[in-house]
Design a protein around this ligand. Structure first.
Ligand code: ADP
Ligand code: MG
Length: 732
């Protein structure tokens, strides 16, 4: 039967563990060299990857073809290194390492491995987690879950040392990173992350740097050679540093011998005390981050029940001493810092995935929204129970939280700048979903897309956060009956693995809109500067007017001339920066004299060119079908103005055609004079105020009234109008 494993994919070392079928307890699977941990280093020889101590020695000796610390570049698509003309991303290298770890463990167990739980630093962003997932899949592993390293360590520790109501501070100082996490041991093996913070650029390597500088100085003083100016000497000393550092973890001083070109063999002594003084500021940086985590949780140092040390660098005695000084208590030492993470991951292989939780927001009296997470204040008041051993791994359950807030780029309410509009706060239990509704204005002609930039981090300025994804929602339907006004619901989630997902739906639809990710543009600087107020000056809604004029025989002479004058006045009263006007002649047929245009003189010219009887001398036609066909191609407000004298032959047909126009949001107005029928004018108008029976001499003023009513119209319009509200989430 295939085995499930937990894998600690470390920056410097990796480890694999499983649940021993005999003892039902987590256990490290030694690698093919019999070691508990495997260096996260690959050497390529003739294109073939080599692992283990061989690769490690090659790397330390500065041989070519080696790749190390690639975990730091996870999630970046760029090439991490090129060896023998083959380019590798961090993800490619991780896949190779994972495959090696898998094969080594399979050989050791004599069984195949399928499922894996893989650990990542708590502060890993969504793209880094995704890259880890893909690397594992490429390595032939089925990932059951990705869990956070500190949580895994706390699980392994909690199994044998469960203390109800205890607040455990997990202090993880690895090779290149530092992570501090506060977890709470609740009832019955319920482990919950309260807060977590990390520093991507603080780890054993920084201590190595300090020691390297010390060695360079000491050898310079000893030999008089400019060791600092000689790259070859520096690289030789660098190669020795880590060994010296480890020696200083168990001894008070270390003698270091080296052959210095231009001098010969020389030796210097480094004391632990010197080393500690030289790296005290690094320790202080860990202290500040611990304080930040406690502050965020609303706890004091005194509320911390235990401090759990994880990561190889916590073997340095200065770490325990520092913690003892800061917290007034000894950190826990009886967990193997190299193995704890993999052991915890192994425990998690027996667990089922959790379902999405709903983010419940509470509104405080001051109108501020708070999430339901801050139970932390209670933590210190509960009495910590004595340590006990849990009955077994089945007792343990883990509730992980979001290390980073998730937000989106949005406009500030005063529309002066872009902000990070936080959707899911940091330190909220995951998986979690939140949906928002956006009011959105669509166009009838162009494809309707909506862009969403997702952010990770809680800084207010978008550019101070990570911008992991750009999403483009497409296929948004233009709803003519609503003048293109629609609502788009967007659902944001953090899944079980801390990976972000975004889905979108249009109002009243049960199907998701299609959504794709696009590379985040390199230049995002526009989101860091004040918004140009011109951009958001309320733009009037586009206005489209079709005027239809009766050209039957009864119009001949003065009536038509007066009508033409009134129509020209109307056109001149319009603002063509947002208006288009079209002209139709109607009598025995209806004909477009002028297509909708924003060219004022073209309209005037077209009106003046109209002749009596140009579409016949009778009144057997109506203009509404032509009007509808012209206006339906346009966005914005659609308006038809019909001028009639006398009575049309088929009034009921005209009325029903006018109603058809109204049904598709075309407003209709009718001006009549001479023998026109007032009831008919009302019937073809979308409201009674739009129907006017006037004397021929009043034509111009009637057109003027309509022009005025249209000039006042027009509402603000811009892509999404910025209204965002919370709405219910939905299942996939
Ligand atoms: P990661 O999780 O980043 O892979 P690890 O937790 O394996 O890292 O820790 C590796 C770091 O621990 C390296 O910087 C290494 O030098 C340091 N380290 C390991 N053992 C010791 C020791 N005995 N004394 C001091 N540092 C050590
Ligand atoms: Mg580690």
């Amino acid at each position: 039967m295939a085995v499930s494993v937990g894998i600690d994919l470390g920056t410097t070392f990796s480890a694999v563990a499983y649940i021993d079928p005999q003892t039902k307890m987590p256990k490290i699977i030694p690698n093919s060299e019999g070691k508990q941990i495997t260096p996260s280093i690959i050497q390529f020889i003739d294109g073939k990857p080599i692992f283990g101590s061989e690769a490690e020695s090659a790397f330390n000796a500065g041989e070519s073809g080696c790749a190390a610390t690639f975990k730091r570049s996870m999630g970046r698509q760029e090439v991490y290194c090129t060896i023998d003309n083959v380019s590798y991303t961090a993800e490619d290298l991780s896949a190779l390492l994972l495959r090696h770890l898998k094969e080594d463990a399979e050989a050791e167990l004599g069984d195949s491995i399928q499922d894996a739980v893989i650990t990542v630093p708590a502060y890993f962003y969504s793209p880094e987690r995704e890259a880890t997932l893909r690397a594992a899949t490429a390595a032939g592993l089925k990932v059951k879950k990705i869990i956070d390293e500190p949580n895994a360590a706390a699980m392994a520790y909690g199994l044998n040392n469960w203390r109800e109501n205890a607040n455990i501070l997990v202090f993880d100082l690895g090779g290149g990173t530092f992570d501090v996490t506060l977890v709470r041991m609740g009832h019955d093996g319920n482990l919950t992350t309260i807060t977590t913070r990390g520093d991507h650029y603080l780890g054993g390597r920084d201590w190595d740097d300090r020691l390297e500088n010390m060695l360079i100085d000491k050898f310079a003083a000893e030999t008089g050679v400019d060791t600092n100016g000689d790259p070859a000497i520096k690289s030789m000393l660098r190669g020795m540093t880590e060994g010296v550092k480890k020696k200083l973890s168990s001894m008070d001083n270390a003698k270091v011998s080296a052959t210095i070109p231009g001098f010969g063999s020389a030796s210097v002594t480094v004391t632990r005390q010197d080393f500690e003084e030289n790296s005290a500021d690094l320790m202080d940086r860990t202290g500040s981050l611990c304080q930040a985590v406690l502050d965020e949780a609303g706890l004091t140092k005194g509320d911390v029940t235990d401090i759990l040390l994880v990561g190889g660098s916590t073997r340095m005695p200065q770490v325990s001493e520092y913690i003892q000084n800061q917290f007034g208590k000894k950190p826990i030492a009886h967990v193997n810092p190299d193995e704890a993470v993999a052991l915890g991951a192994a425990i998690q292989t027996t667990k089922e995935n959790e379902q999405y939780a709903k983010l419940s927001m509470q509104v405080m009296p001051d109108g501020k929204k708070v999430t339901n997470r801050k139970e932390s204040g209670l933590a210190n008041r509960a009495v910590v129970q004595p340590s006990k051993k849990l009955a077994g791994i089945g007792m343990l359950s883990l509730r992980e939280t979001t290390a980073h807030a998730m937000g989106m780029i949005a406009m500030s309410t005063d529309r002066t700048r872009y902000i990070n509009d936080i959707i899911i706060p940091a330190n909220h239990p995951r998986p979690v979903r939140v949906a928002k509704a956006f009011s959105f204005y669509t166009s009838a002609r162009n494809p309707n897309d909506m862009e969403i930039y997702v952010l990770q981090g809680d800084k207010e300025a978008p550019l101070d956060c990570l911008i992991p994804y750009k999403y483009v929602v497409s296929g948004i339907r233009h709803i003519r009956e609503q003048k293109g006004q629609t609502t788009i619901k967007v659902q944001y989630s953090y899944d079980n693995n801390g990976i972000i997902h975004v889905e979108a739906r249009q109002e009243n639809e049960r199907k998701n809109l299609s959504i794709r990710t696009e590379p985040v543009p390199e230049d995002m600087s526009q989101y860091g500067i004040p918004i140009d107020p011109e951009l958001f000056k309320a733009q009037p809604e586009p206005l489209n007017v079709v005027m239809a004029v009766d050209v039957s025989g009864s119009m001949s002479g003065d009536p038509l001339a007066d009508a033409q004058r009134a129509m020209c006045n109307f056109v001149q009263a319009m603002d063509f920066s947002y208006t288009k006007v079209g002209i139709v002649a109607v009598s025995d047929s209806s004909e477009i004299v002028c297509e909708l245009t924003d060219n004022e003189s073209a309209c005037i010219w077209a009106i003046q060119s109209i002749t009596c009887g140009q579409t016949g001398y009778g009144n057997s036609a109506h203009p509404f079908d032509t009007i509808k066909q012209m206006l339906l191609r346009e966005d914005g407000r659609l308006f038809a103005l019909v001028l009639a004298d006398g009575v049309w032959d088929d009034q009921s047909l005209a009325v029903s055609a006018a109603k058809d126009c109204n049904a598709v949001n075309i407003e209709t107005a009718a001006i009549g004079f001479g023998g026109a029928d007032e009831a008919f004018l009302r019937d073809i108008s979308s409201n009674d105020a739009n129907a006017m029976l006037v004397a021929q001499s009043e034509l111009s003023s009637a057109f003027g009234t309509i022009a005025q009513s249209l000039g006042g119209g027009g509402s603000a319009r811009s892509g999404a109008d910025g209204t965002v509200t919370d709405v219910d989430t939905w299942e996939e």
